[in-house]
Write a protein that binds this ligand. Structure first.
Ligand code: GAR
Length: 210
């Protein structure tokens, strides 16, 4: 089983969905470490309750991004981590870190990329009148919210939706597709070619179906 670290900044509901999936005996990854850049992240308690080792690498008082990322990188390597999952990790990572973990660093974004990179994705999808919205799991590249797409999940936007209602339905999608995407990567069934992700030589069925 691949050793995975989950990086969080907040409540950690996506982290919890990964922990739940990894508790199944046939799941190809184990969550070996949860790291937060904020000491008060709610997800830290949840991880500890599940018996997963946790660490805080506080970005405050570090002087520079590079110092923060070197410490983070050292923690991950000490723990023998092979794959890193960003799950509501709200720090931009520099090209140095992203390149070190190339094709082993994945992120979940609450929109159908390449639409709505950045923040406030649900409000923006509503403001643009989108009929379809969703979430994306992708490999991280130096450019924010860009990188080869592993799995996407879509839902219709309903007439009665406000930001909170839409966010809740997208979150349910996130909790479904992140474990699915991590399983594909951890089982070594994913091949990256430019911006495209292939599964066992074919376009990922999960990408097409989710
Ligand atoms: C999730 O909706 C995730 O997609 C989003 O933050 C939330 C974290 O929730 N990530 C981003 O916006 C990244 N820019 P969680 O802590 O409950 O998983």
């Amino acid at each position: 089983r691949s050793r995975v670290a989950v990086l969080i900044s907040g409540r950690g509901s996506n982290m919890a969905s990964l922990l739940e999936a990894a508790a199944r005996p046939d799941y190809p990854a184990e969550i070996a470490l949860v790291v937060s850049n904020r000491p008060d992240a709610g997800g830290l308690k949840r991880a500890a309750q599940a018996g997963v080792p946790t660490a805080v690498v506080d970005h405050k008082g570090k002087g520079s991004r590079q110092v923060f990322e070197e410490e983070l990188d050292a923690r991950l390597r000490e723990a023998g981590i092979e794959i890193v999952c960003l799950a509501g990790f709200m720090r931009l990572l520099t090209p140095w870190f992203v390149n070190r973990w190339n094709d082993r660093l994945i992120n979940i974004h609450p929109a159908l990329l390449p639409s709505f990179k950045g923040l406030d994705t649900h409000a923006r999808a509503l403001a643009e009148g989108c009929r379809i919205h969703g979430a994306t799991v992708h490999f991280v590249r130096a450019e924010m919210d860009a990188g080869p797409i592993i799995v996407q999940g879509a839902i219709p936007v309903l007439d009665g939706d406000d930001e909170a209602a839409l966010a809740a339905r997208v979150l349910a999608v996130e909790h479904r597709i992140y474990p699915q995407a991590l399983a594909l990567v951890a089982s070594g069934r994913v091949r990256v070619d430019g911006m495209r992700v292939f599964l066992d030589g074919e376009v990922s069925e999960a990408t097409a179906e989710a």
